[in-house]
Design a protein around this ligand. Sequence first.
Ligand code: AMP
Length: 391
Amino acid sequence: MLVLVINSGSSSLKYQVRDVEAGSVLTEGLIEEIGMGNGGEGDGEIIGPRDHAAALELVDAAIHRELGDLTLAAVGHRVVHGGERFSEPVLIDNEVTRAIERLNPLAPLHNPANVLGIRAISRKWPDMPQVAVFDTAFHRTLPEHAWRYAVPDDLYTNHGIRRYGFHGTSHEYVTHRAASVLGLPLEEFDGVIAHLGNGASVTAIQGGRSVDTSMGFTPLEGLVMGTRSGDLDPSILVFLGRAGWSMEDIDSLLNRQSGLRALAGNNDMRSVVEAAESRDARAAMALAVTSYRLAKYIGAYHVAVGGAQAVVFTAGIGENSHQFRELVAERLGALGVELDAGLNSQRSREPRVISSAASAIPVLVVPTDEERAIAEATAAVVTAASIAPPT
Ligand code: AMP
């Protein structure tokens, strides 16, 4: 089954055509600067298409140029916010699209762009089955004591203010693979998954389900990230507001000017690690703050799950930076965690154990693949829908 996976941002559209059974990528690409150009060509370059519909025409042309004639079975969309309604991938119809749109206030940068992508496909291929795969869905199993903030109930009931959590597609995919590396049935797997990319979050897994996660109402809470602060005292916002900062200034400060960028002057972990190795004191401090924050969460989630059977690293930093993994593991001595230096520094695309035989808890690296997970979920939903008896 061939599935087109779409990750639609406000000014970009990332796509992959996947063969679900073979687990392979047939072609992929990225259209950028949507809405910023005039839709033409200049200096030999394609300038940003007018809108998402025009971007989709470029995707269609690129797919046919690369792969010739082919029949797509379905389109799978990464949708950032599924609110409280969506706890699993769903077949998209008009009502689902409107429900995603109603969640716009919770994800003002992302959900409107996802809807633009969905509508562009509906207009171009009206009969194409489309599936929405939500970044929040895996965290719908959080117990109330983990998702509630200690604020008046009105904020939750009337404004939907609670912990939702994100990166769910990745956390779920990695959870399945980690359980299988350990030879455990999913329902018996308790562990801590650290998804460390430009955005970063850590999830507590109990019985194969998410029971707590570090991102909250938005993807700002929790770990120190490339340009996001993660946790801080909310009174700092009040203090800045009183000092004359606008909401936009504060939003930009915490989402775009903070994290590694603020601490080390660079939001790219590779550069920060290199700088620290050349004795750059700011870079070393940035690594200390970032690894300490993650180690604190791992300790907390070890307790939350009643004793983790594994700590799992994934995404850009988690999969590639043996130096960062080492810094985190050094802080986990109290849990009896011990890495094998040789295994930790080996590079591989395969899921693997990097702890020593003496480690009280195995430490794993499990490469994530959100597009693969979205393609598989899309195929499963479409297959189930087509064999379901009419109601
Ligand atoms: P992602 O968002 O999952 O693509 O991850 C992006 C992050 O991974 C960036 O901070 C990169 O610097 C980081 N990254 C990728 N490769 C490496 C590497 N070899 N060493 C350290 N960080 C890396």
